[in-house]
Write a protein of this length. Structure first.
Length: 432
């Protein structure tokens, strides 16, 4: 009788039709696979039951979050190996589950996996999985508030541990990999401020203001009056304290408010940094039109947003199951061309697009280092499952940016006056 690891290896290679690029260690202590390769640890046969009940990414995610699956050694190296086997195979090698099960060898492997998994009862999903209240439609004010709370209301202390003193939860802007996270985040906030042409006396609306970093920077460094809006109660409380500590309460107001409910325009400028991913395709034109209406003629919008690569068949685009269940519920990514087109349909004139994909990979790797360096402390602040979620999603996202599977762009758009007169300097990239 073969040990569990060798049986798992044989089953996996039958299912994938390829040699396994990682070494397996099973719950019985046995190992199989190429020596020196990354080690994927199957701590409990419950992981197999999760995969059988939810084949694909969601089953893997549940096993990881619950601690039934683990990695020994370098997480990035393991994700690289697994990605090449599962997510990045050539299209002609990919098969749907229904197609795969037509293959007798695959059916045999699935049956063997069921035997190895033990009692065929569905394990309960980990507690960290998003539980949607009622049958809410996507991207209503209620569903968006629920989704934002799931992601952001997990504890300000945990975010401070991951993000560092800047408390900026979006791509930094690196002069070099050695620049340091705090300097790179300061440079990002300053870049946004200069692209918006902020000057004393202006009003800035910061949509999705997070923990207040952009609002504080704009008020302190550029003398503007700022309204920051967020749907997270925890973020707002933290941001208000920071504003008070900086002595900026006369110039910065932090609201718990949906951007669709902002009625006190017009503003000279709007920053939307890492927020628009939550808007959704169905609502994106409405989002762009709302922001356009809140600007003065000649006002600028800086839209900083993650983008995915376009697909041959856009109707076949599917949301990442792990991200949707555990990280950003209801989040949606669009190609940058789609985003620019919708901004222009809303009345904006797109004046500049800067792609900073490599910068996000550097940012994410630093966040992962912060988390790993203070892992024991993190486990006192959140559940082990929550910490495992953040470590996996940040590491996997770093690789996705490095491999050009996703990107991030700053789009500068202007509410050009009806006369068509100049609303931008002749040499725009001087950013003044």
């Amino acid at each position: 009788m073969q040990d569990a690891a060798q049986r798992l290896k044989n089953i996996a290679e039958q299912l994938f039709g390829a040699e396994l690029p990682v070494r397996l260690r099973a719950w019985d202590g046995s190992e199989a696979g190429p020596p020196g390769a990354p080690v994927l640890v199957v701590r409990h046969r419950r992981a197999l039951r999760r995969l059988l009940w939810k084949p694909g990414e969601l089953g893997l995610a549940r096993a990881w979050v619950a601690g039934d699956l683990d990695v020994e050694g370098d997480l990035y190296e393991t994700l690289d190996a697994v990605a090449a086997l599962i997510w990045e195979r050539p299209d002609d090698e990919r098969r749907s589950l229904a197609e795969a099960l037509k293959d007798p060898a695959v059916r045999s492997a699935a049956a063997e996996l069921a035997k190895l998994a033990g009692p065929f009862l569905p394990p309960a999903p980990p507690a960290e999985e998003m539980r949607r209240k009622g049958r809410l439609h996507l991207h209503t004010k209620g569903s968006d508030k629920q989704a934002i709370s799931h992601h952001y209301d997990v504890g300000n202390d945990f975010y401070a541990l991951v993000l560092g003193p800047s408390m900026v939860y979006s791509c930094a802007y690196w002069e070099s990999p050695e620049a340091g996270l705090e300097a790179a985040q300061h440079d990002k906030l300053e870049l946004v401020s200069r692209k918006l042409g902020l000057r004393p006396g202006m009003r800035l609306l910061d949509v999705g203001c997070g923990w207040g970093s952009m609002a504080i920077h704009a008020a302190r460094e550029h003398g503007v009056t700022v309204v920051g809006v967020t749907l997270s109660q925890e973020q707002a409380a933290f941001a208000r304290k920071r504003v008070a500590d900086e002595g900026l309460t006369d110039r910065v107001e932090i609201r718990v408010q949906d951007y669709r409910d902002v009625r006190d325009g017009p503003y000279h400028a709007i920053s939307s940094i890492g927020m628009a991913e939550h808007v959704g395709a169905e609502r994106y034109l409405e989002y762009a039109e709302d922001l356009h209406a809140l600007l003065k003629p000649g006002g600028r919008l800086l839209n900083h947003q993650i983008a995915r690569r376009p697909q041959q068949d856009e109707s076949a685009y599917e949301v990442d199951e792990f991200i949707d269940a555990y990280v950003f519920p209801d989040g949606e990514l669009a190609p940058v061309g789609t985003t620019a087109g919708l901004l222009e349909r809303a009345g904006f004139e797109v004046r500049d697009v800067e792609a900073i994909r490599e910068h996000y990979a550097l940012t994410l790797r630093q966040w992962v280092r912060n988390l790993e360096a203070r892992w024991a402390e993190a486990l006192k602040l959140v559940s082990p499952g929550r910490a495992r979620i953040w470590r996996l999603y940040m590491a996997a996202s770093a690789l996705s940016f490095e491999r050009n599977r996703i990107g991030v762009n700053q789009i500068l758009a202007v509410k050009t006056p009806a006369s068509g007169g100049s609303a931008m300097p002749l040499r725009a990239r001087t950013w003044n």
